[in-house]
Design a protein around this ligand. Structure first.
Ligand code: ADP
Ligand code: MG
Length: 471
C-alpha cells in the first residue's frame, strides 16, 4: 500500500521588540523571572492596552517577504479560554482578519508551499515545573508573536523542517526575531495525515504540539508517518488527535483525542478600536526592510561569488553582516568569502562560538586578505597570523609587527633554491619537456618546504618555468 503524506504547519515566532505587544513592559529573554511585567500583563482592572507599532511594522515586513496580501485594517479579538499559563482568561489575537493572507514561500527544490495566514497575537506566561510545584513567569506574558499557518502542501519531515528554517531565516535577516528555537522563539505545531495513493480524500489529521527544535520536527514527522502507515496497513483507522513528541524515546505520544472544536467565543477587544494603516505606512515598512537571505545571495552572485560560497554565507545573518563589513576594505570578494567560510568558520566550530563573539573584526580580516592579494603574505603566513591574533587576543596589526613576517621576494635566493632542486632531480626537466605540467606543482611544494611557506608564490612560479626552459 502506498500513501500520500499531507502536512501543514502552524508556527509561532516571538518578536524581539523592545516592549510588549500591548504594554510598555520590556521584552527580555534573559531577565530574572517576573521582573519584566506591568499591571496590564497581569490584566489588572483599569489597565488599557496600547498597540505596539514596531510589531505592526514587523508583521508587514514578514507578510511582504511571504508574498502576502496585507490588510490595511487591523482588528484584534479576544480568544477566551482558561489555562494556567493564561490566568487573565483570554488572549488578544487577530482571529477574523489576519494582517497577512494568501502568501507562499519557496523551498530550495523550487517547490511552493502556500501560506494561508499570518497574524499578530500575544504570548502567554511561561509555565514550568520543579518537583511537585508549578511556576509562572510573566516575563513572557504579552510578548508579541507572529502566528503563521501553511496550507497542507508539505509532504515530508525534511520539507517541514525546511519550511521552519525558511521562516527562521526570514525573521532573523529582517531583524524582527532572534529566531532561536532552543529559547522558544520559534515553536511549531505539525499536522500530519496519510491517505491512500490515488484517493483524493484527505485522511484524519494528527496534530503534534509544541515542537521546539528543527531536528525534532523532522524526527516527529518521520515517526508519525511510519506510525500512521503501520496502523493503516494493519487495517486500523487513524483518529483525529493531538500528540506530543517524546524526545527521550524518539516517538510521538497521545495527549488527547480531538473532541468537538473548542468555542473560544471570539469577540472584538472593546479596548482596541480598529486601526487603519495608510498606504504610506505600509510602503515605508516594506521599503525600509533589511535584505532577506535570498536577496543577499543575488547580490553576492552579482559580485562574482558562486552558488556554493554565497549559500554558505547566507546560512547566518550575522555572518553576512560580518562579510558585508569586511568588503569595505576593498579586498577580493572571493578571497574574503573563502577566509570566512573556511578559516573563520573552523575556529567558530571548534570553539563553539558565534561570529559575534569572534575577537577579530571583519575590517582586520579584510586587511589581512589584502596583504595576501598584494603578495605581501602567503596564505600560510596569513593563516598563522589569524590564529595567533585570535588565540592571544591581539590585533592582527600587532601580531604582524611582532612577527615581522615578510615574503621572500629575493629572486637570486629563490633561484638558488630552485636550481639546487633541479640539479638533484634532473628527471623533472625531462618530464616537463614531455608535457607533464604537474611537475611544476611538485616543485612549488618543494620550494615551500625549504622556505617554510614564506616564498612569494608568483615569483617562485615564474622562476621555475624560466629555469626549466633554460636547461
Ligand atoms: P483546525 O481547525 O483543526 O485548526 P485548520 O484547517 O485551521 O484546522 O488547519 C490547521 C493546520 O492543519 C493547517 O496548517 C493546515 O494546513 C493543516 N491541515 C489541515 N488539514 C490537514 C490534513 N488533512 N492533513 C494534514 N494537515 C492538515
Ligand atoms: Mg485552525
Amino acid at each position: 500500500m502506498e500513501f500520500n503524506v499531507v502536512i501543514g504547519l502552524e508556527m509561532h515566532v516571538e518578536m524581539n521588540t523592545k516592549s510588549k505587544m500591548f504594554s510598555s513592559a520590556p521584552v527580555s529573554y534573559v531577565a530574572p523571572s517576573n521582573t519584566c511585567l506591568s499591571l496590564l500583563d497581569m490584566s489588572f482592572p483599569g489597565t488599557l492596552p496600547s498597540v505596539n507599532k514596531q510589531a505592526i511594522v514587523n508583521a508587514i515586513r514578514l507578510s511582504h517577504a511571504l508574498h502576502m496580501e496585507i490588510s490595511d485594517i487591523l482588528t484584534f479579538e479576544r480568544k477566551n479560554y482558561f489555562y494556567s499559563d493564561l490566568p487573565k482568561g483570554y488572549q488578544i489575537t487577530q482571529a477574523f482578519n489576519p494582517i497577512g493572507k494568501n502568501g507562499y514561500l519557496t523551498l530550495n527544490s523550487g517547490k511552493i508551499i502556500r501560506v494561508e495566514r499570518l497574524h499578530i497575537e500575544e504570548d502567554t506566561c511561561r509555565q514550568f515545573h520543579i518537583g511537585n510545584e508549578s511556576y509562572l513567569d510573566f516575563n513572557r506574558a504579552g510578548i508579541p508573536l507572529f502566528e503563521i499557518v501553511t496550507l497542507p502542501d508539505i509532504t515530508s519531515g525534511s520539507e517541514a523542517k525546511e519550511v521552519l528554517e525558511t521562516i527562521r531565516s526570514m525573521v532573523t535577516f529582517l531583524g524582527i526575531s532572534e529566531g532561536k528555537a532552543e529559547l522558544g522563539n520559534l515553536r511549531c505545531d505539525v499536522n500530519v495525515s496519510l491517505s491512500e495513493k490515488g484517493s483524493n480524500k484527505l485522511g484524519h489529521k494528527v496534530e503534534i504540539k509544541n515542537l521546539n527544535s528543527l531536528a525534532n520536527i523532522q524526527k516527529a514527522v518521520d515517526y508519525e508517518i511510519s506510525r500512521q502507515s503501520n496502523l493503516i496497513k494493519e487495517g486500523k483507522s487513524i483518529k483525529q488527535e493531538t500528540r506530543r513528541y517524546d524526545e527521550a524515546h524518539k516517538r510521538t505520544v497521545k495527549l488527547r483525542e480531538k473532541v468537538d472544536a473548542v468555542d473560544y467565543k471570539f469577540f472584538t477587544d472593546p479596548n482596541i478600536p480598529p486601526i487603519k494603516l495608510s498606504k504610506e505606512f505600509i510602503k515605508d515598512a516594506i521599503d525600509s526592510s533589511l535584505e532577506l537571505a535570498s536577496e543577499k545571495k543575488v547580490r553576492y552572485k552579482a559580485l562574482g561569488l558562486n552558488d556554493y560560497d554565497s549559500s554558505l554565507l547566507v546560512n547566518s545573518k550575522d555572518i553576512t553582516d560580518y562579510f558585508d563589513e569586511g568588503l569595505k576594505t576593498g579586498c577580493s570578494v572571493k578571497l574574503l568569502a573563502n577566509w570566512i567560510n573556511v578559516d573563520v568558520q573552523a575556529i567558530l566550530n571548534k570553539e563553539n562560538i558565534s561570529i559575534k563573539e569572534f575577537n577579530i573584526s571583519s575590517i582586520e580580516l579584510g586587511n589581512l586578505v589584502l596583504l595576501v592579494e598584494q603578495d605581501k603574505l602567503s596564505n600560510k603566513q596569513a593563516r598563522e597570523i589569524l590564529l595567533e591574533a585570535h588565540s592571544s587576543d591581539k590585533k592582527i596589526e600587532k601580531v604582524l609587527q611582532e612577527r615581522n613576517f615578510s615574503l621572500v621576494n629575493d629572486e637570486a635566493k629563490l633561484l638558488d633554491i630552485i636550481s639546487e632542486l633541479l640539479d638533484s632531480n634532473p628527471q623533472i626537466v625531462t618530464d616537463y619537456k614531455e608535457g607533464k605540467d604537474h611537475v611544476i606543482g611538485y616543485l612549488v611544494g618543494q620550494v615551500n618546504k625549504v622556505t617554510n611557506g614564506n616564498a612569494n608564490p608568483k615569483i617562485v612560479h615564474k622562476l621555475i618555468i624560466q629555469e626549466i626552459k633554460r636547461r
